[in-house]
Design a protein around this ligand. Sequence first.
Ligand SMILES: [Zn+2]
Length: 233
Amino acid sequence: MTTVLNVLRDLHRIHQQLADIQGRLDRCPKLLHASQAKVKQAETALSDKKGVIQQLHLAAKEQELVLEERAAKITDRQARLKECASNKEYQTLKDEIQSEEQANSDLSDQILLAYEAIDQQQEQAAELETKLIESQQELETTTTQVTEREASLKVDLERIQSDLSSSEKELPSEFVGEYKRITSARGEEAFGEVANNCCGNCYQQITAQMMNDVLTGKLTVCGSCGAILYPGE
Ligand SMILES: [Zn+2]
């Protein structure tokens, strides 16, 4: 009888260990995915930033083109000043030149500001690039750690599974069917350690008759949650 109770207690402990290791194994790919997502995020942020810089460059180049074309017009008008037939014509050309020079001076200021903005964006891009490199290094470290952890957890898992097989062999034959059915459905929750006349799995009270059965090593299943009951130490 004592043996049965000890076997049940061992089996519960082993199933808890299995669940713990399985949980830790399940977390491994999640850690890896989180790390990969961080790299992806950093890559997107950097490529978005590069896109913005490219657009700003194109806009600045267009403005430079306007500046050059206007400067050419000014040179052309200045040449025509010498060939003017009338004062009126001369004055009109002079006014045009003045207004275009003003426009080009404003545009030069705008282009300067645009390049300052590009510089700022490039500094931000450099920071994003650093972040990307850091996230890639982090991924590398995480990959190594996760691989090592998985390998060591698998060793633990095999050891505990072998403990499980040995303990299961000690289970009396009348327990085997119910044990298999309940553990395959519920894992570590297949057992309830009875304390203060309550099932340790669902905390519902059990009857005095059931407590008696538990103590005498009869297969007893909790009426509320269906766990196999065994007495606490
Ligand atoms: Zn219960």
